[in-house]
Design a protein around this ligand. Structure first.
Ligand SMILES: NC(=O)C1=CN([C@@H]2O[C@H](COP(=O)(O)OP(=O)(O)OC[C@H]3O[C@@H](n4cnc5c(N)ncnc54)[C@H](O)[C@@H]3O)[C@@H](O)[C@H]2O)C=CC1
Ligand SMILES: O=C(O)CCC(=O)C(=O)O
Length: 409
C-alpha cells in the first residue's frame, strides 16, 4: 500500500446522504478508515461547523456545497458526488481553492431510463388514476384513454447518457423516437434529431426530459412550452426540478390537456425522509410522484459507491485526477522510490517558470513532470528523489500563485 504524506488514519472522510456501503468498503480497502457516515444531508450551517477538519466529503444530490461551505473547508482536498449531477456543488468556488470534484457519470443511467420507460407505459394506460381509485374502493374498468406505447412518438430532450439509453429501450418496444439537444448527436437506431424543442413538443405523444441543470435549462418547460404539447400527451421529468415550472404544469394538468405526468425531481425537495413533501402536484391522480429515486436502485448505488470511492482513494493516493468534473485531468503512473509533489496554482503566465526555477536553483533533479491546466488553475505533478521532497515542498509553497501543494511519499 502506498505510504502517503499524511497517515491514512488521520485523513478524515465525511460521507453524507446514506451513500452505499460499497463506498465505505472501497475506502476501507484502500486503507482509509477514519470515516464518518451519516444517513442524512447537512444544511449549510451544520456543514460549516463540521467541515473544518474534513479532507474528503461524499454527498449525493441533496447537500449544497456553497461558497460559504468551501470557505470553511480549510483541509478539504476533494469532493465525491455519488451521483451524476454536480449542480449542488459551487464548482467555481471549489476550483478556485484547488479542490477536485468527482462524480459517477454513468452508473445510474440505466436505472433512470428503466423508470422512465415504466412510467411511460403506466401513464399511457391510465394506471396511476386506476390504482389510486382502487385503493379507495373504486373500480375503473374501461379502455378510455388507455393506449399501447407501440407506435407512439417519444420525444427525448437531452440525448446524453440517459437519453440515448432510453432511446434504445423505447425502440425495442416499437416506439418512434425523436430527440432534441443543443449539440448534434449521432442518432441511435432509427431515432431522429429534431432541430427545436418547440417542434419536438408539438410532435410527440410522450416527452421526457434528460438535461442537466444549467442556466439554459432553468424553466425550460413553462406555460408557453406546455401549450405547445399535443393534447393528451405525457410529460416526464427525471432530470432536475428547476427544468419545469411546476405551477405552470399544475395549471396545465388542471385544464385536462395532458394525459398525465411523472415527476421525480422538484424545485424544492424535502431534506430528509422525515420532512413533508409539499407540491401543487399532490392533488392529481394522473401524476406519478416519486422522491428523486430515478437512480436509486441497489445496482446503481452499489456501483456508484465503488466508482466514486475509488476515484477519491486514487486521487488521495497518487494524485490522478482523471474524470474530475472541475479539475485538470492528469493520469499518473505509480512513483516507487520517489516522492511526488502535487502543486495546484492559478493559471497565469510565469508560474511554471518559477516552479522550475525552484528545482534548478536548489539542485533538485526532476524524475518526472506532468502538467495540465484549465481556465482557472494549473495542476503540475513532479516526482523527485525522496531526499529532496521536503525542501521542494517548502519552496513550492512560496511560489506566487500557489493555491495548494502537498507531497505523497
Ligand atoms: N432523477 C435522478 O435520480 C437522476 C437525475 N439525473 C439528471 O439527469 C441529467 C442528465 O443525465 P445524463 O444523461 O447522464 O447527462 P449527459 O450530460 O450525458 O446528457 C445531457 C444532455 O443534455 C444536453 N443538453 C444540455 N443542455 C441542453 C439544452 N438546453 N437543450 C437540450 N439539450 C441540452 C447535452 O448536450 C447532453 O447531450 C443529469 O444532469 C442529472 O441532473 C441523473 C441521474 C439520476
Ligand atoms: O441518487 C441521488 O441522490 C441523486 C441522483 C441524481 O439525481 C444524479 O445522479 O444526478
Amino acid at each position: 500500500m502506498a505510504k502517503t504524506s499524511l497517515d491514512k488514519s488521520k485523513i478524515k472522510i465525511l460521507l453524507l446522504e446514506g451513500v452505499h456501503q460499497s463506498a465505505v468498503d472501497t475506502l476501507n480497502a484502500a486503507g482509509y478508515t477514519n470515516i464518518e457516515y451519516l444517513k442524512h444531508s447537512l444544511n449549510e450551517d451544520e456543514l460549516i461547523a463540521k467541515i473544518g477538519d474534513v479532507h474528503f466529503i461524499g454527498i449525493r444530490s441533496r447537500t449544497q456545497l456553497t461558497e460559504a461551505v468551501f470557505a470553511a473547508a480549510d483541509k478539504l482536498v476533494a469532493v465525491g458526488c455519488f451521483c451524476i449531477g454536480t449542480n449542488q456543488v459551487d464548482l467555481e468556488a471549489a476550483t478556485r481553492r484547488g479542490i477536485a470534484v468527482f462524480n459517477a457519470p454513468y452508473s445510474n443511467t440505466r436505472s433512470v431510463a428503466e423508470l422512465v420507460l415504466a412510467e411511460a407505459i403506466l401513464l399511457s394506460r391510465g394506471i396511476p388514476e386506476k390504482n389510486a381509485a382502487a385503493h379507495r374502493g373504486g373500480w375503473m374498468k374501461h379502455a378510455k384513454n388507455s393506449y399501447e406505447v407501440r407506435g407512439k412518438k417519444l420525444g427525448i430532450v437531452g440525448y446524453g447518457s440517459i437519453g440515448t439509453q432510453l432511446s434504445v429501450l423505447a425502440e425495442a418496444l416499437g416506439m418512434e423516437v425523436y430527440f432534441c439537444d443543443v449539440v448534434s448527436k449521432l442518432p441511435l437506431g432509427n431515432a431522429v434529431q429534431i432541430p427545436s424543442l418547440d417542434e419536438l413538443l408539438g410532435l410527440c405523444d410522450i416527452v421526457s426530459l434528460h438535461v442537466p441543470e444549467t442556466l439554459s435549462t432553468r424553466n425550460m418547460i413553462r406555460a408557453e412550452q406546455l401549450d405547445k404539447m399535443k393534447n393528451g400527451s405525457i410529460l416526464i421529468n427525471a432530470s432536475r426540478g428547476s427544468v419545469v415550472d411546476i405551477d405552470a404544469l399544475a395549471e396545465t394538468l388542471r385544464s385536462g390537456k395532458l394525459l398525465g405526468a411523472a415527476i421525480d425531481v422538484f424545485p424544492v425537495e424535502p431534506k430528509s425522509n422525515d420532512e413533508e413533501f409539499v407540491s401543487p402536484l399532490r392533488e392529481f391522480d394522473n401524476v406519478i410522484l416519486t422522491p428523486h429515486i430515478g437512480g436509486s436502485t441497489v445496482e446503481a448505488q452499489q456501483n456508484i459507491g465503488i466508482e466514486v470511492g475509488e476515484k477519491l482513494a486514487t486521487y488521495s493516493d497518487n494524485g490522478t485526477s482523471v474524470s474530475s468534473v472541475n479539475f485538470p485531468e492528469v493520469a499518473l503512473p505509480s512513483h516507487p522510490g520517489q516522492h511526488r509533489l502535487l502543486h495546484i496554482h492559478e493559471n497565469v503566465p510565469g508560474v511554471m517558470s518559477e516552479i522550475n526555477t525552484v528545482f534548478s536553483d536548489n539542485g533538485i533533479n526532476i524524475c518526472g513532470q506532468y502538467l495540465r491546466t484549465n481556465e482557472t488553475i494549473g495542476y503540475v505533478v513532479v516526482d523527485v528523489n525522496k531526499d529532496y521532497s521536503e525542501l521542494a515542498l517548502e519552496k513550492l509553497r512560496s511560489v506566487k500563485g500557489t493555491v495548494r501543494c502537498r507531497v505523497l511519499f
